[in-house]
Design a protein around this ligand. Structure first.
Ligand code: SF4
Ligand code: SF4
Length: 110
């Protein structure tokens, strides 16, 4: 299983979650690469044009990141709300077929 970052991260992106991840499995990706619309206030703010996603292959489901998120954007896979289900694919799809070098360019660590 894995944890999943959902829509509240879009437009927040404060990176608190990745600071506690014991396996550094958060990746900082442009919204355009995961098919999510940029928030209206993203103009001129590069940070708001990205979101963090979790590698489903690396996450160990420790749950430490969940309470760190100020907007409650992170859920265990089997607790992702119905209206957020598309974020399961958004988190996992970006990783498919990417070489290690391409992945590591987006890995975000404290
Ligand atoms: S559940 Fe644990 S391993 Fe998975 S992303 Fe959160 S902190 Fe990292
Ligand atoms: S998941 Fe939450 S804590 Fe992590 S970057 Fe997004 S808004 Fe911030």
């Amino acid at each position: 299983m894995a944890h999943v970052v959902c829509s509240p991260c879009v437009g927040t992106h404060d990176t608190a979650c990745m600071k506690v991840c014991p396996v550094n499995c958060f990746y900082d990706v442009p919204l355009t690469e995961v098919g999510v619309d940029e928030p209206a206030d993203a103009a001129g703010n590069e940070e708001l044009k990205k979101m963090l996603i979790i590698s489903p292959d690396e996450c160990i489901d420790c749950g430490l990141c969940v309470p760190e998120c100020p907007v409650s954007a992170i859920f265990p896979l089997d607790e992702v709300p119905e209206e957020e289900q598309k974020y399961i694919e958004i988190n996992s799809g970006w990783f498919a077929g990417k070489e290690t070098e391409a992945l590591d360019a987006h890995r975000i660590t404290p």
